[in-house]
Design a protein around this ligand. Sequence first.
Ligand SMILES: [Zn+2]
Length: 317
Amino acid sequence: MAKYKEQLQAMGFGYDDVTSVAYRKINDIAFIVRVNPASKEYNVTAACRPHYDNSVGSLRTVLNQFASQRRNILKTAFFDGKQIHICYQITFDILQGVNDAVNFIMYCVNQFECVPCCSKCGKFDVVDVYSVENSVSALCAECYGTLQSKITEDIVRESATRTNYPMGILGAILGSLAGAVVWLLFSLMGFIGYIAGFISGFGGIMGYKWLGKKISTGGIVISIIISFVFLFLAMYLAVGIDLYNQFKAEGLVELYGLTFKDALDFIPDAVQLDSEYAGTLVYNNIFGVITFILSVVICAAGLKSESKVKNRSMKLT
Ligand SMILES: [Zn+2]
C-alpha cells in the first residue's frame, strides 16, 4: 500500500492513512481513489453529474466506449446517477491509470457540463470529501452535518453506557467454556482440537464485550486470562481422562482401586518421570496454545482498529 500512497501523493492527492483512501478536488469536482489489493483493482470515483438530464445517456455511452477501448486494463466504467466510477486492474504502477481516469472524467465534465453533486443525496452543491467512521465519501455540507450529528448522539449514548464488569466476566467465562468443551470433545475423539484455541480466545474476549457492553484494555487482559485458565483446565482434564483410561486398560483401576482423581494427581509426576510422555503432551497441546495466541492477537488488533475509526468524522478536502 505504501507505494500506492506515494504514487497518489505525487499526483497531488491527499491520503487518509486510517481508511487508506486518496482524495483530491480538481475544479471543484471531488475525486476519491480506493486501492484494493485483495480484489486486485483500484477505483477512481468523481462526484458529479450532467447539469442537464438529457446528457446522461450520452455520458453513459461515452463511458462504455472508454471501457471497451481499454478492455485489457480496465474492469468497469459507469455512471451511477451521482458519481462516475472507473475501475482498473491493479498494476505495480497505478499512476498512469489514475491519470487516464482523471483526464477522461475531466473531459466528460466539460463535454456533458457535469456539475459537482453530493454522492448521498444527489443534490447539486459544493461537495467535499469527508471521512465518517470507516467510510470516505463526497458529500454536501448538509449530508455531512446529518452524519456528524448521528455520531455525536452515538458518543453521548456510549459515554452514558458503563461497563458491566460482573456480566463481562460472565461473558468471558461462557465464551471460554465453549472453547474448553470443544477441546475436551475433540480429545475424547482422539483429535487435536486446533479450533478450540480459536474459540477460547475469541469467545473469551467477545463474550466479555457482549455481556459487559464495553471492553477496555483491562477487560481484554482479564478475558485472555480467564480463557487461558479454562483452556488449560480442559487440557489438563483431557490428559487426566487419557491417563485414567490407560490405568483401566492396564488393570490398575481394579487392582489398586485407582480413581479418576488419582489420574489427575499423577499428571505432574508422569511429566517429571517420563520425558517422552512429557514430549507427547507438549505436542498434543501446543497447537491449541498457538491457535489460542493467534486468536487473541487477531481479536485485540481488530478491536484496536475498530476503535480507531469509531466516532471519527473529519473533512478531508
Ligand atoms: Zn447531500
